[in-house]
Write a protein that binds this ligand. Structure first.
Ligand SMILES: Cc1ncc(COP(=O)(O)O)c(C=O)c1O
Length: 448
């Protein structure tokens, strides 16, 4: 057995030895379509020559400098590229090495901002149930995924509370219109502000399209407009977590572009560097930066590897490829093909309750019974069986359980690289459909 503390200590995962374009190859020589870019990370697929060259060039120039002494060209150019024209009022960036670190930075920046503008009572964060904002203790405390939080609850006490997500398939009442559902959620958020004291709330935090925990759930039209209005009325910041759904994944560079709102602080990570280097970051609104500038004059948060030259060079190259190759248009076109393909192949499947997503960010929710939406017994770990069956058919997808409440429900995510062709999408749909048939039609109908 491996000496690595793998996700399971009972079985070692296959060893990946090579990647090329849409494909990964394991040590047995099996070729697998990377149908989810890992965890929605590999947005350019594997082995992109332009990105590899940019990394090599940066290594030849300088691999590392410490930000207390130096800036570096790659980080400066990456920030200039991302913030050109100040999209949504975002004017500055802070780069770190992961989504979790981005969340920690966002939380600390929000707190420091309010301290410096003299609103020192603001420390409370309202987030949503079934959200995921990262694995470090601050990010886990802010997140709302009951299963991931459970073992660490004694360490997660703090100024965090959670309201309902906008998750129509599971939580919109029958007979309730979209507008009525959005009204109900806005009223709940307003009530939570009132419960904790509006002048104590520092931020509301949400994923524009919820990723791993519920499976590609976009909010209903108007929801984020209401959220923005409530935050503004009470003077709280809006933090949007685009670690998974951002940087083009949903067909626009930022997922918030499709919601008609922009955040005060935005987290980015996976699609920023496409997996070529570990990198995350926050994009920050000018008013927050101005608050710090007029106060202490700096962000009191630092990490050894922040703005890492090689990571920034990789991310800059990834973003250039996305722009130069017009990949956002491909995400939209192939997203439509994926949506149509999934609907045709699985839309009437008795064990597929919902097919949802945006761009190249899709999930299918697996159910024991389509009519009643009853879930499979969680002990069956249906999603893992489907992922295994897909792997055996040459397709990698991203399985997750606890779709509804952290325990009940199964879904798998399909989020292929932005370079996918119509042929790739067809193969993904065929292999996924076969895997779902093989597993779901074979397990009987145990529901819970
Ligand atoms: C929405 C969201 N936020 C934060 C994170 C944490 O990112 P990382 O795993 O890079 O720390 C993730 C990771 O899956 C995520 O999906």
């Amino acid at each position: 057995m491996s000496r690595i503390l793998h996700r399971s200590l009972h079985a070692d995962p296959p060893l990946a030895v090579r990647g090329s374009g849409m494909y990964l190859f394991d040590e047995t020589g099996r070729a697998v379509i990377d149908g989810s870019g890992g965890a929605s990370v590999a947005c350019l697929g594997h082995g992109n020559a332009r990105v590899n060259e940019a990394i090599a060039a940066q290594l030849a120039d300088v691999a590392y400098v410490h930000t207390a002494l130096f800036s570096n060209r790659a980080a400066e150019q990456l920030a200039d590229t991302l913030l050109d024209g100040e999209p949504g009022g975002l004017s500055h960036a802070f780069f770190c090495s992961s989504g979790s670190e981005a969340m920690e930075a966002a939380l600390k920046l929000a707190r420091q901002y309010f301290q410096e503008i003299g609103q020192t009572r603001r420390q409370h964060v309202i987030a949503r149930r079934q959200s995921y904002h990262g694995t470090t203790l601050g990010a886990l405390a802010a997140g709302g995924n009951a299963m991931r939080r459970a073992p660490y609850l004694p360490m997660l006490a703090g100024p965090y509370s959670h309201v309902a997500p906008c998750f129509p398939y599971r939580f919109q009442d029958s007979g309730e219109s979209d507008d009525e559902y959005v009204d109900r959620l806005a009223e709940e958020l307003e009530a939570e502000f009132q419960r904790v004291g509006p002048d104590t709330v520092m931020a509301f935090c949400a994923e524009p399209v919820v990723g791993a925990t519920t499976g590609c759930v976009a909010a209903l039209p108007g929801y984020f407009g209401r959220v923005r209005e409530i935050c503004d009325r009470h003077g709280a910041l809006l933090i949007l977590d685009e670690v998974m759904c951002g940087m083009g994944r949903t067909g626009t560079l930022h997922a918030w572009e499709q919601e008609g709102v922009s955040p005060d602080i935005q987290m980015v990570a996976k699609g920023l560097g496409g997996g070529y280097q570990p990198i995350g970051g926050i994009l920050i609104g000018r008013r927050v930066v101005d608050g710090l500038r007029a106060g202490s004059g700096g962000f009191m948060h630092g990490q050894t590897y922040q703005a890492h030259p090689v990571a920034c060079a990789a991310a800059l190259a990834v973003q250039k490829v996305i722009a130069e190759d017009g990949l956002l248009a491909n995400v939209r076109a192939m997203g439509e093909a994926l949506s149509n393909g999934l609907t045709q192949r699985l839309g009437n499947h008795r064990h597929v309750g919902d097919i949802r997503g945006r761009g190249l960010f899709w999930a299918i929710e697996l159910v024991a019974d389509r009519g009643s939406k009853a879930v499979f017994d969680p002990g069956l770990k249906l999603r893992e069986r489907v992922a295994q069956a897909a792997y055996e058919r040459g397709l990698a997808i991203y399985p997750m359980g606890g779709t509804i409440d952290g325990v009940r429900g199964n879904h798998v995510i399909i989020s292929p690289p932005y370079i996918a062709t119509a042929g790739d999408i067809g193969a993904i749909v065929d292999r996924l459909g076969d895997a779902v048939d093989a597993v779901c039609l074979g397990v009987g109908f145990g529901s819970a």
